[in-house]
Write a protein that binds this ligand. Structure first.
Ligand code: UDP
Ligand code: MG
Length: 313
């Protein structure tokens, strides 16, 4: 199998037949074996039935049905797990992404890139939708160091090994380029088409801004410190302890110059407080270290990712 097309679907019954047809058209000329892994994310409309009809008519379709609505990130993750192609392309089901871009993305992978990320150059969404995205992309770039114009575009192509080593949860599909960068990948962003939604409606409101922000903190932590949390917490512990000693010195100086007793000086209590905080932070770091050990050892997770073409594999 050369190519797997993964599509997360939640209540898109009207879009599905058009999407399946557009994908079929886009892939007729590229001479590749392919499968479509449409993932029904517990839709409450007729999407699942429509999907079964499509699959019955076209053997390229290997749909996956989730038992309930787990969210777009989980749906993508399920798609990756079921995909058998060497290259995986993901796109939205709502026809906002254009399947006609798939051959171009695939050719980029064949040029040697590991992840090709779509950039909705002229995006057809409302201003209230676009502005938070713009800000989010800027912040994601600053925080993770992976500066893309459009990190959240679902239309992406992956070398399968890259997609399948991501461990996605929460709202993390928006940070895939940053998460994947941890593995050491060749990443490129290419302009893709974008259309306004014709059928159905967007599944997200403004509340996503907060969820994305919280997940961003997690991603930053995972990328920078998960290998060694004591480094992260310990650093703050040292800062707290150091500042505490400065405060203590000030209190001692005040004792000799102004005759203030230590126990009568709030600064002395601040010193005590900061030492306690310092110890707590170091202990949290140690607990997190134990956690990471369990994580790596119990799940046999590796602290590195090997290229598929390495010798002896
Ligand atoms: N989606 C999903 N599960 C959800 C929400 C959305 O699989 O819980 C799918 C949805 O069907 C669509 C894609 O994720 O294919 C993007 O959703 P949407 O178009 O609502 O997002 P927007 O384009 O507004 O960012
Ligand atoms: Mg959409």
């Amino acid at each position: 199998m050369n190519l797997s097309i993964v599509v997360p679907i939640y209540n898109e019954e009207q879009n599905l037949p058009l999407l399946a047809e557009a994908i079929r058209k886009a892939l007729t000329d590229i001479h590749k074996t392919y499968e479509c892994v449409f993932v029904d994310d517990g839709s409450s409309d007729r999407s699942a039935q429509v999907l079964k009809q499509i699959a019955a008519a076209d053997p390229h379709h290997q749909p996956v049905f989730l038992r309930r609505n787990f969210g777009q990130t989980a749906a993508l993750s399920a798609g990756f797990d079921h995909a058998r192609g060497e290259i995986i392309v993901t796109l939205d089901a709502d026809l906002q992404n254009d399947p006609a871009d798939i051959p171009m993305l695939v050719s980029k992978i064949e040029e040697g890139y590991d992840l090709v990320s779509g950039w909705r150059q002229s995006r057809q969404d409302s201003m209230i939708r676009n502005l938070p995205s713009y800000v989010a992309n800027w912040i994601i770039g600053q925080v993770t160091g992976i500066k893309l114009r459009d990190s959240g575009c679902t239309l992406k192509a992956y070398r399968a090994e890259v997609a399948q080593s991501l461990h996605l949860y929460g709202e993390m599909h928006r940070f895939i380029p940053a998460l994947a960068s941890w593995m050491g990948i060749n990443l490129i962003e290419v302009p893709v088409r974008h259309h306004a939604r014709k059928f159905g409606k967007s599944k997200y409101g403004l509340s996503r801004v907060f969820r994305v922000f919280l997940d961003l903190i997690t991603v930053k932590f995972l990328l920078s410190y998960s290998a060694s949390p004591i480094q992260f917490f310990g650093k703050f512990g040292f800062v707290s302890s150091g500042l505490g000693w400065l405060v203590c010195a000030a209190a001692i100086i005040m004792k000799f110059t102004q005759g203030r007793t230590l126990t009568g000086n709030p600064l002395f209590y601040l010193f005590t407080f900061m030492q306690i905080i310092a110890v707590q932070l170091v202990l949290i770091g140690l607990v997190a270290e134990m956690n990471m050990r369990t994580y790596h050892e119990v799940q046999k997770k590796k602290t590195y990712v090997v290229r598929k073409d390495s010798a002896g594999r």
